[in-house]
Design a protein around this ligand. Structure first.
Ligand code: MG
Length: 429
């Protein structure tokens, strides 16, 4: 569910020449919410919000709910104030994953040149498929029809000459539409947007540009590079200048690599007890390390996320001397990060993430000097693996570290779910 800025004038017919438009962005409409509606057709036409329990945030909402002001990542409590009449549902990630796989299978049958961006979103390069399946526009229509026929949910499709413009096109095709931006219309299309539509322009950059009176892409495009560099820095200026002229050199990455593994958990009641918070960090570190080992991955950067009762979120990270998948190493790192933060008021949410991950087979774990002397790393790794084995046989709760038992008793939520593995600034829709 995207909160990306949209331009009302951009949703129109831009022409029908798709000959140079071989990049397609397919994005499911209100994915989780649409699946719920498909499952229970009596929900059709109603405001439906998927978002877990009281303390969670909105993960998806039908367009009827969005019309009431519901946005992605909004706290559920706020959504309940804005739309008390809406139907609130817990997420069924297993079902969503299953349908996501089915949708990706449909896309893969069109072309193997597929880059899955998230559970409900993918780029396709259809240049190799056009001879077999027709024009880009034909292929886009076929994909939409096939997804709707199989799953009774809709996808919107953007067709353009590059990824940035295709993604912008699918955003403006929503809901349940297809939008082609012919090569000849690319510049006009991009330049009718607000600057927030440019990939990488978040609230901070928007504010900087606004101070200079730059609010529209056409204004930004008209600036010379040195003037733009003074506003946003040299690297960002180059990038934004290219996008403002509809240029994007990124190719469809067929083998997209996972870059991080993370888990987070929201407390049922805001928590301020230090022992409870640290115990929760241990649980999350352990969950993170289990996932890494399951994937035979390890990572060097450990990140902590803390959200307080007022919804202020801070993230801190540290890069270790060597990569790891050990629960205790991850825990020690996030603990240090946590204790270094200014004294918290109550904490609403904690998250632990390991970034810069690589395959364990390519990256034999290198012990630190201290670890080699004490044999600490080896014994720690062994203990992690023994725990994995026992849990695989007898279930997650069969064995816990001593402090985890306390964490489980004091925090009444097991609402641990994977974070999005894609760009941090936008949430999906
Ligand atoms: Mg979507």
């Amino acid at each position: 569910m995207s909160n990306a800025p949209r331009s009302t004038t951009a949703r129109r017919d831009w022409g029908s020449n798709d000959s140079n438009c071989h990049i397609m962005h397919v994005d499911m409409d209100a994915f989780y919410a649409s699946i719920e509606v498909a499952k229970k057709p009596k929900l059709r036409g109603k405001p439906v919000i998927v978002g877990g329990r009281e303390r969670s945030v909105v993960l998806a909402a039908t367009y009827e709910a969005r019309a009431l002001g519901i946005k992605s990542a909004m706290p559920i409590s706020r959504a309940k104030v804005l739309a008390p009449q809406a139907i609130f549902l817990d997420p069924d990630h297993q079902l969503y994953g299953h349908i996501s796989n089915g949708v990706m299978e449909i896309l893969r049958s069109v072309t193997p040149a597929l880059e899955q961006v998230s559970v409900d979103e993918a780029f396709l390069d259809v240049s190799g498929a056009r001879r077999r399946l027709g024009s880009s526009l034909d292929i886009g229509r076929t994909i939409r029809a096939e997804i709707e026929a199989q799953f009774s949910i809709t996808a919107s499709v953007g067709v353009a000459e590059n990824k940035f413009v295709a993604k912008l096109a699918s955003t403006h095709a929503k809901p349940d539409g297809i939008l082609l931006i012919p090569q000849a219309s690319t510049i006009e299309f991009v330049q009718c947007m607000p600057v927030g539509a440019l990939w990488g322009v978040g609230a901070k950059t928007q504010e900087k540009l606004r101070q200079w009176g730059i609010e529209e892409v056409h204004q930004l495009a008209a600036l010379d590079l040195s003037a733009l560099s003074r506003m946003v820095g040299k690297a960002a200026a180059q990038h934004l200048h290219e996008l403002a002229w509809g240029r994007d050199g990124r190719t469809v990455e067929t083998h997209r690599k996972e870059k991080s593994v993370g888990v987070e958990s929201t407390f049922v009641h805001d928590e301020h007890d230090l022992d409870t918070l640290l115990s929760k960090l241990l649980v999350l570190s352990d969950e993170c390390s289990t996932r890494l080992r399951r994937k035979s991955m390890q990572g060097r950067t450990v990140a902590l996320k803390v959200r307080d009762a007022d919804f202020n979120t801070v993230t801190r990270s540290v890069t270790l001397a060597s990569s790891t998948h050990s629960s205790l190493t991850i825990y020690h790192a996030v603990r240090e990060l946590f204790l270094a933060l200014p004294r918290q008021q109550s904490v609403r949410l904690l998250g632990v993430r390991v970034e810069n991950i690589v395959s364990s087979s390519h990256q034999p774990q290198q012990d630190t000097l201290e670890e080699s002397i004490t044999g600490f790393a080896l014994s720690q790794d062994k203990s992690d693996r023994v725990m994995d084995d026992i849990r695989a046989k007898f279930g997650r709760k069969a064995i816990e570290r001593a402090t985890q038992t306390q964490a489980r008793l004091s925090s009444h939520t097991d609402n641990i779910y994977p974070l999005s593995k894609t760009t941090p600034s936008r949430t999906r829709g």
